[in-house]
Design a protein around this ligand. Sequence first.
Ligand SMILES: N[C@@H](CCC(=O)N[C@@H](CS)C(=O)NCC(=O)O)C(=O)O
Length: 250
Amino acid sequence: MKLLEFPHSHYCEKARWALDYKGITFEAVAIMPGLHMRTVRKYAPHTYVPVLLDNNEVVQGSSEIINYVEQKQVLFPLNPAGADELRECLELERSMDKRLGENIRQVLYSRLLAYPDFIRHCFTHPMNRSRQIVFSLFYPILRNKIYKTYVVSSAQVEQAKHEFDVAVCELENRLKQRQYLLGEQFTRADLSVASMLSLLVMPPEHPFPWQEIPDQQTKTFFETFQDHPVSDWVRKMYRDHRLRETEHPS
Ligand SMILES: N[C@@H](CCC(=O)N[C@@H](CS)C(=O)NCC(=O)O)C(=O)O
């Protein structure tokens, strides 16, 4: 089984975590941004990753990958048992993927695209040297494209920051009296939310080697978030549930 990915993407982390949690062995394959469109479109209708390739099956998107592994491996369920809880869980996942995931991506790219070496590391650290050189050569074009797609304007970045803060505040309130987002058990909602916030918190169990943040404003934003109760919760989710395949109780 192969997972086509951008290593630092929080949506890819969500898919990796689900696969690891289920004890499913897979090979993560980092693909070149820009050229990824052709690679991914060979298999799937849209251009985004993660994409899971399992013999003839192609599954695109982090939530779809969770649906797929949930059917393939019924042990260690990520869906809650009841129909109402499942509905609520899926809605929370969908909403937080957008409100946390899309907004934090916009905020981070708005600052970090100015640091080519840092961005090269994010996309290409598992690739060989020649592919890293290709990345650097094409970076000016790629930077433009990422900016237009994900950053857009400083007004929209401000809006993204606001929406992100509101979503985090909601999570903080929700987690005041409980350990998990729904019920008494770890579910895909916890896995998704913790993944969406993983870049900010960088728990030690996260498999991506993050480099020192090169931008002071972003660094301060990261530092401020470290003491947040939601950060503590993300660290706990990773500590307790980010099992690797080899660590799974059989
Ligand atoms: N809804 C999708 C979103 C995935 C997504 O936005 N992936 C981004 C990387 S963070 C991507 O591949 N962008 C490139 C593209 O869309 O061509 C999911 O949950 O997997």
